[in-house]
Design a protein around this ligand. Structure first.
Ligand SMILES: [Cu+2]
Length: 139
């Protein structure tokens, strides 16, 4: 019985290692490109809103919020994933996003202040940035 389970676990681990190895081989070119971009993202809290209101970041990115208002604000995830204390002027709060997904959040002091962090692959992010560049270019 026990030997059987150990063998099964062994096969499972072997499968995982193979999967991880092929994953990194496939991913290598993308990751080299992604490394040029910082994995730190900034959101400013100003005039009772989060700027930018929607941020797309790769998995593993750290987002730092800075309160630029005279009023205290908080950064509360709708799903309790992250939660800041009340941030005074120029105070910061950081959170590292290790799982892909859409993270909606709000300010608990002013619940009308809502925004979103979208965590996805580096490819998606660069596509979004290209769109941003196009928008900027037409200005
Ligand atoms: Cu607020």
């Amino acid at each position: 019985m026990r030997g059987n389970i150990q063998r099964q676990v062994g096969v499972l681990i072997l499968g995982l290692v193979v999967a991880l190895m092929s994953y990194s081989v496939v991913r290598a070119p993308t990751e080299a490109r992604a490394e040029q971009k910082p994995s730190e993202y900034q959101v400013t809290i100003q005039d009772f809103s989060f700027e930018p209101g929607a941020v797309r970041v790769p998995v593993g990115a750290t987002v730092t919020w800075t309160n630029k208002d005279e009023e205290p604000h908080t950064v509360f995830s709708n799903d309790d994933v992250f939660k800041s204390k009340a941030l005074d002027t120029d105070e910061k709060f950081s959170f590292k996003f290790t799982k892909a997904g859409t993270y909606k959040y709000f300010c608990s002091v002013h619940p009308k202040m809502v925004a979103t962090i979208e965590v996805g692959s580096p490819d998606k992010k660069s596509a979004a940035m290209k769109m941003e560049d196009k928008k900027r270019g037409s200005d």
